[in-house]
Design a protein around this ligand. Structure first.
Ligand code: COA
Length: 153
């Protein structure tokens, strides 16, 4: 039986055992999902890989790299049924906290031009649109630009 503290969602490091759940969400929310191998490589490379969990149920995750004084947020996802409840923002703030702890100066990310929900979240946190990468992403019937965003930490 679950105790109350187990019911409180928490952020923890991603483990290899989480990959089935992570890949299931990835396929649910993205038309062009990362593969299990992409997540496995991120773990093997000791990237900052976090999950959101409630009572043994994974409902969100993200991956960030840090090199020198730059951080790159590679992916961030919340399962469809958990979206718009503040969890994306909470997980993003956790990554920002890790960056600050490690004396990162800037955090960068790419977001699809059409992904208004994500872009809005990033703008709300303070990310600025600094560049565009043409045809960066695969898209239905062609390619799509990414917007490069930066947050000064
Ligand atoms: C983008 C994503 C991570 C946001 O996570 P979330 O938990 O749903 O977002 P939050 O509840 O923390 O929302 C925080 C703010 O982001 C913006 N936002 C989030 N979802 C939005 C939506 N569907 N439409 C418009 N704004 C949205 C709003 O400003 C929101 O604040 P508000 O609810 O007070 O208006 C989530 O929708 C997701 O996983 N989407 C699919 C995967 C994806 O696109 N990942 C990002 C790749 S770059």
């Amino acid at each position: 039986m679950s105790t109350p503290w187990q019911e409180t969602p928490q952020i923890r490091c991603m483990l290899p055992a989480d990959l089935d759940a992570v890949v299931a969400i990835e396929r649910e929310v993205f038309l062009f999902p990362w593969t299990r191998g992409n997540f496995g490589d991120s773990l093997d490379s000791s990237y900052h890989c976090l999950v959101l969990e409630q009572a043994d149920h994974i409902f969100g995750y993200g991956v960030m790299t840090i090199g020198a004084d730059e951080a790159h947020l590679l992916t961030l996802s919340i399962a469809a049924g958990w979206q718009r409840q503040g969890w994306g923002e909470k997980l993003l703030q956790h990554f920002i906290h890790i960056g600050r702890e490690r004396h990162v100066r800037s955090m960068f990310l790419d977001v699809r031009e059409s992904n208004y929900a994500a872009a809005r979240l990033y703008e709300r946190i303070g990310f600025r649109h600094i560049a565009r990468r043409k045809d960066y992403y695969p898209a239905m019937g062609g390619r799509e630009d990414s917007l490069v965003m930066e947050l000064m930490l």
